[in-house]
Design a protein. Structure first.
Lengths: 223, 223
C-alpha cells in the first residue's frame, strides 16, 4: 500500500520537526528531558515517584504523563511532589512531539532542571516517535521474561539507558539474566544499564547519580 | 488531519471484510478461533503451552504466532506439540486479518478443532483489528498492577474472555484484586474471567473446560 507509506512518512517528518523545536526549548532553558518507555506495568510511574522523592530539594522536576485514559499516573507523580501535566491520547498508542509541545506550553521551563516524559505503556509504537528529549530510557521488568530484547528489537535498539526493574521478583520467576543481557548486547552494545527494584530501593542510587550528572551537564550547556 | 482519518477508516474497512472471510473459513471447517492478546510478558505463550499439552489427544490444535521478530513463540508452541505458523510483522504492532489469512493458507483446517492466534504483545493496537476469530481473549498479569483496566479501556472493553495470570505472585507484589475487578466490571460487565497461574497450574482446569465446551459448540455449528 504505497499511499499509506507516503502518509506515514509525512507524519514522521512533521513529528521530527516538532521534536527539534521541543529540544531547542529544553536546551534554551537548560532542562534535561527524558523519554521514559516500557510495557504496561513495568514500573514507569513507580520509578518517577522514587526519583521525585529522592531528588526533592536538589533538582526541580516536572513530569508529563501520557496515557490513553485517566490521570492516575499524573496524580501519583503530583502526590510525590512533582509538577505534573497529563496528556490523554484518547486511544493513540504512543506520545508524539505535538502532544509534548502542547504540554510544554503548560510548564514554566525556566524554573526546571529535569523533565520526565512518561510515554504510553507499549513496547512497540513509542520507539518510532521522537519527542525532543535528550535521552530515551527503557524500563524492562523481570516478570516480563528474559526474551523481550529478542522479540522487541526496535525498542531495545533505540534507547540509550536501560533499567531492569523488579529484581526483587527474581527468586519467584524464571528469568535468565545472562540471556537477557546477551539479547541487549546484540542490539545495543554497551548501553548504560541499571538493575533496580522500585519496591525495595535496591540499585536506585546509581540511577539517581546518573540523572543528577546528566541534569548538571544540561545546565552547563545552557549557561 | 482528516486525510489521515480517511486512510485509517479505509484500512479498517478492508480489514473487516478480510476478517469476515477468515471467520467463514473457520466456521465451514468447524474450527474454534481464539485471538489471544496481552501486554508483553503477561503469559500468552505459557498459556498456549499448557493448553496444547493438556488437550493433546482431545482437541486437534494449531497456533498462529504473531511477533515483530523471531520465531521463539512458535518454537515453544511446536515443542509443546501444536502445529505452529509464525508471522513476523516486521515492526507492525498488531496482527491484522490479511496476515492471519496468509497464515490460514498454511494450515489444513479440516484436520483441526481449535486455532489459537497469539497476537503481538501490546495492550493498545491489537484491540482495533478484528481477525475473524470467535472470541477475543485477554491475559492480564498480576505484576502489571491493578490499574490496567482503567488505563487501557479499549482493550478491556473489547474482549469476551479475561484471564488473570501469575496469581502465584500475589504475595510478592501490590495488587488489589477488588480494585482490578471493579475496573473490569465498569468496562465489561459480567465478562467471563479465569484467575490462573501458568507456573503452578492453579485455575487452569476451568479455562480448559471452557475451551473444550466452546470448541464442541463450533463443531456442532459446522455439522
Amino acid at each position: 500500500m504505497p499511499q499509506r507509506v507516503a502518509v506515514v512518512e509525512n507524519i514522521l517528518g512533521a513529528n521530527d520537526r516538532l521534536a527539534d523545536e521541543n529540544r531547542a526549548r529544553l536546551d534554551a532553558a537548560g532542562v534535561l528531558g527524558l523519554n521514559l518507555m516500557a510495557s504496561p506495568g513495568a514500573g514507569k510511574t513507580s520509578l518517577i515517584e522514587h526519583t521525585v522523592r529522592a531528588l526533592a530539594g536538589r533538582l526541580r522536576l516536572a513530569v508529563i504523563d501520557g496515557d490513553i485514559a485517566t490521570s492516575l499516573d499524573a496524580d501519583r507523580a503530583a502526590a510525590a511532589g512533582a509538577t505534573a501535566v497529563q496528556i490523554n491520547t484518547g486511544g493513540e498508542c504512543h506520545l508524539d512531539a505535538v502532544m509534548v509541545q502542547g504540554a510544554l506550553g503548560q510548564l514554566d521551563l525556566t524554573g526546571l532542571d529535569l523533565l520526565i516524559v512518561e510515554n504510553v505503556g507499549n513496547l512497540v509504537c513509542p520507539a518510532s516517535f521522537r519527542l525532543g528529549t535528550h535521552h530515551s530510557v527503557l524500563i524492562a521488568s523481570v516478570p516480563e521474561g528474559d526474551d523481550k530484547p529478542y522479540k522487541y528489537p526496535g525498542m531495545y535498539r533505540g534507547v540509550d539507558v536501560l533499567l531492569i526493574n523488579k529484581t526483587d521478583l527474581l527468586p519467584y520467576v524464571t528469568f535468565d539474566m545472562a540471556r537477557f543481557r546477551q539479547g541487549v548486547e546484540i542490539l545495543n552494545p554497551g548501553v548504560r544499564t541499571f538493575a533496580v527494584s522500585c519496591r525495595t530501593g535496591e540499585g536506585l542510587p546509581a540511577w539517581l547519580d546518573w540523572v543528577q550528572a546528566a541534569a548538571a551537564e544540561g545546565r552547563r550547556g545552557a549557561a
